[in-house]
Design a protein around this ligand. Structure first.
Ligand SMILES: Nc1ncnc2c1ncn2[C@@H]1O[C@H](COP(=O)(O)OP(=O)(O)OP(=O)(O)O)[C@@H](O)[C@H]1O
Length: 239
């Protein structure tokens, strides 16, 4: 569905990505893990149109595309949720979901329809939110994450890229988030998520791509790979 082929990106002398291949299919969760500076954010940028690779290709359904900016990526069915979630704390859940979307879709929805749709989306994600009329500031980190992901679903993306989604979450919230990712997979989305946490990605990913110093240092079947093997690939230290 979405792929990178031989993508490289440098910042001056820093080689952030070197010859990186990556694929994500429908109904699949691909985790990208790596230490600080391994290239995860740069890879997310290349997948979501936030930055242009120096060389290599981004492919959608096997066709090379140029993701000149994030709106082009969204138009091709690639949505992104970043760690900061980009929610407005003082607005409620419904307002956050539809912020900017009415104009984008050329329609004006009434409040009742928007509220109903907000519940539908959150229920599909098995997200537990006390009310869709509370300000986002009153929600937990996990609930906010669910709202940000629900918002990304409004554009009916095929692939959802989640950048460091569990970094700011507590244990229970992380467990809820993992359920939410499983829901996305059940719904047929391809999911790419980046993480520092080997345990989280082992729990939810189908495939795990390890980045080290900008290169792919291994692609692993999550079900058949031990924590130690992943750690060795991430750090480059064989045990
Ligand atoms: N705008 C930039 N200018 C210069 N160098 C950069 C820039 N962005 C990233 N880099 C360098 O590129 C490399 C990869 O960085 P990147 O942020 O993609 O890694 P990361 O795996 O996301 O790290 P982290 O987990 O710390 O966020 C690093 O060496 C980093 O210093």
């Amino acid at each position: 569905m979405l792929a990178l082929r031989a993508v490289s990106k440098s910042y001056g002398a820093a080689r952030a990505l070197v010859d990186v291949d990556l694929q994500v299919h429908a109904h699949e969760v691909v985790a990208v893990i790596g230490d600080n500076g391994a290239g995860k954010s740069t890879l997310v940028g290349a997948l979501t149109g936030a930055l242009a690779p120096d060389t290599g290709e981004v492919l959608v359904d096997g066709q090379p595309v140029t993701l000149s900016d994030p709106s082009v990526a969204r138009g091709l069915g690639i949505a992104a949720v970043f760690q900061d979630l980009a929610l407005c704390a003082n607005l409620d859940v419904v307002e956050n979901l539809y912020l900017g979307h009415e104009a984008e879709r050329g329609m004006l929805l009434d409040e009742v329809t928007m509220e109903k749709h907000a519940w539908e989306l959150l229920n599909q994600l098995a997200a537990r939110v006390p009310s869709v009329r509370v300000p986002v500031a009153a929600l937990s980190g996990g609930q906010r994450q669910a709202v940000a992901i629900a918002r990304s679903l409004l554009g009916e993306p095929r692939v959802i890229v989640l950048d460091e989604p569990t970094a700011a979450l507590g244990l229970r919230q992380t467990a809820e988030f993992l359920t939410l990712v499983e829901r996305l997979r059940e719904r047929g989305h391809g999911v790419v998520l980046t993480s520092h946490s080997l345990a989280d990605v082992q729990a939810v990913a189908d495939r795990i791509v390890v980045l080290r110093l900008g290169r792919v240092n291994g692609v692993f079947d999550a079900a058949r790979t031990s924590y130690e093997e992943l750690l060795a690939a991430v750090t480059g230290i064989a045990r």
